[in-house]
Design a protein around this ligand. Sequence first.
Ligand SMILES: Cc1cc2nc3c(=O)[nH]c(=O)nc-3n(C[C@H](O)[C@H](O)[C@H](O)COP(=O)(O)OP(=O)(O)OC[C@H]3O[C@@H](n4cnc5c(N)ncnc54)[C@H](O)[C@@H]3O)c2cc1C
Ligand code: SF4
Length: 330
Amino acid sequence: MMRLPKFAYCAPKTVGEAVRLRGEAGPAGQFVAGGTDLYPNMKRRQQTPETVISVGRIHELRRIEGDGKEGLRIGAGVSLTEVVEHPVVNRDYPSVARAARLISTPTLRNMGTIGGNLLLDTRCNYYDQNYEWRRSINFCMKKDGEVCWVAPGSPKCWAVQSSDLVPLMVAMGARVRLVSTVGDRLVSAAGLYNDDGIDYLHKRPEELLTEIHLPPVDGWRAVYKKLRRRGAFDFPVLGVAAAVRVGDRGEVEEAKVVLGGVAPAPLEVEAAGKALAGGPLDEGRIRAAAEACYLKARPLDNTDHLMNYRKQMARPFVMRALEELRQSLS
Ligand SMILES: Cc1cc2nc3c(=O)[nH]c(=O)nc-3n(C[C@H](O)[C@H](O)[C@H](O)COP(=O)(O)OP(=O)(O)OC[C@H]3O[C@@H](n4cnc5c(N)ncnc54)[C@H](O)[C@@H]3O)c2cc1C
Ligand code: SF4
């Protein structure tokens, strides 16, 4: 059985106290919410904080406010189950509720939060292993080693962005609020991620994610599709999020297609968005967008399924996602 290492644990009740404690803990501190990502990683010694600051008792992080007209603010500490079941999320942002329902299992969704999901560690077959397994290959660049076993000549880590909600948040133009002792800032979800498996966030470690802002619906519709081995539960090895804004005459005014599970950061395929815009969401446009995603997706051999299969699946998954959007418009 894998055991947690020893660590100090604090459970502050306010955002101010949490960021103060995190500042005091320095580089050896880390926030935890549901712990469904962090605690397994600590058991495998992938992450080794000495002080863990829980955000679970901060009530202000558990609110959902607003609606599709004015925009929705979801507290970072809201559980995935609450996201799945919330009436306003289901009415105004159904793709968010549906994508959250595809995450892990009911028990894990009860514990796991939307904030933790957006900040999920990147994943790789050579990293998501216990300490002894990793030691047997002399570790890897992401933790304790020097070489990348996926791309040995590469100066960077290619561990994969594996959250189901991240591509959707980027496609929908969501923003997140980050708070620290020196102030707070609102950044776009697109700007939060860095294409590097080790340094995967444009966020300072001491910044607390407090809220996710979904923009007003304003004619936008979104969808998310996920490739995984087991339908019951599994991380995505390809995720497709698409969002379109359709005008009164049925033409696509703006579109975004974002892939997850194929790179260290969510991958927006701008050519796919351009291929969709300027006319009806018809088969020709859908095929062109799917082709653009197929060309752009370059998964590596570090998750479940062969990388070539994951690339090949980009086409049908984009087509299915866009077809579902088309049907929802008719
Ligand atoms: C068996 C299994 C299957 C899973 N399947 C999926 C899946 O299919 N899809 C998927 O997307 N995920 C999956 N997950 C991952 C995980 O359960 C979810 O992503 C969950 O939403 C993580 O949330 P959490 O609150 O538990 O995060 P935590 O483990 O608490 O935290 C995750 C990371 O975010 C940081 N953090 C958390 N909250 C904050 C905050 N407010 N501010 C700053 N930093 C913060 C932590 O320091 C940590 O680095 C799976 C996990 C397991 C164990
Ligand atoms: S991509 Fe390379 S460096 Fe990154 S976790 Fe995998 S093996 Fe390690």
